[in-house]
Design a protein around this ligand. Sequence first.
Ligand code: CO
Length: 208
Amino acid sequence: MNIPEIFEHNKRWVAEKLKLDPNYFKNLALGQRPEILYIGCSDSRVTAEEFMGAKPGEAFIHRNIANMVSSLDLSAMSVINYAVNVLEVKHIVVCGHYQCGGVKAAMESKDLGILNPWLRNIRDVYRIHKKELNAIEDPEQKFKRFVEFNVLEQCINVIKTADVQIAYRDRGLTVHGWVLDIETGRLIDLNIDFNDVLKGIREIYRLI
Ligand code: CO
């Protein structure tokens, strides 16, 4: 993929859209009302809109290394705040993926400089679920389960925010944990039972 090709593609894309609807971009410019906030990994193979079939205007997207939700990350916290309070999304999705390089790096004893504090948050996920993860002998299965636990913990981090707790109580905002299996293209719903999760963390993280 080279840069001139991108601009050529863009010209064709604009022409195709206008052929179907001459007001397509004028209507898009009027504003957005997405129902989903998607938080996923920056990995180039996990293209959120494409595998979800989301058109422009349908999904508010935040991506970073290993789909992390850290309370000290001003970007992620601002995205959640805006999506929940201004856009009033109905769903928040945290989507991880198997073969995640960020999660893999967190399983290795390596000094990666500025990545250390970021990956440290993933190592904390391992610590929380150490018993189950250490019991898995097959390294591939352990890696997959670690990806799933990371999604679960990032969903919990979403629920730790006051904005989400208020929207959950007042208008039934729901949080979902997904994993994309990039070997098959299949999207897997981890079917996290949030009422159950909430019961477990409410004692400590309840803000309202
Ligand atoms: Co990744």
